[in-house]
Ligand binder design. Structure first.
Ligand SMILES: [Zn+2]
Length: 106
């Protein structure tokens, strides 16, 4: 917070200077928020369906009834939120072994 109580400023001038500062500060904060939203959207578009390790394209495949994303370059498999739980449930229904392996990630 800047010091407005400099010499030559009346109480009224000080009050309006503070008001003006708060107004400008609010606009700056709104602009910053818009920039962050814009940056987040740009990042989302840049990274959408791209491998987090090498940036190559991901292809959606069906594995045990779940749509998972597989990298077309390195073969890495990536799950969306909740998909691991679905796979674990499917694993338990089979022989339980996959469920135990996947349980490590819980
Ligand atoms: Zn990859």
């Amino acid at each position: 917070m800047p010091d407005f109580a400099g010499p030559g400023l009346s109480k009224e001038e000080e009050y309006f200077a503070k008001k003006e500062f708060e107004r400008i500060k609010k606009i700056a904060e709104e602009n910053e928020k818009k920039l962050l939203e814009q940056e987040r959207e740009e990042l989302r578009q840049l990274h959408w369906m791209r491998c987090p390790k090498d940036g190559m394209e991901l292809a959606e495949i069906v594995f045990m009834g779940v749509h998972v994303d597989k990298c077309t370059h390195c073969g890495g498999i990536f799950l969306d939120a909740g998909e691991l739980d679905t796979l674990m449930d499917a694993g338990k229904q089979q022989d339980g072994m996959l469920g135990k392996i996947l349980g490590v990630f819980r």
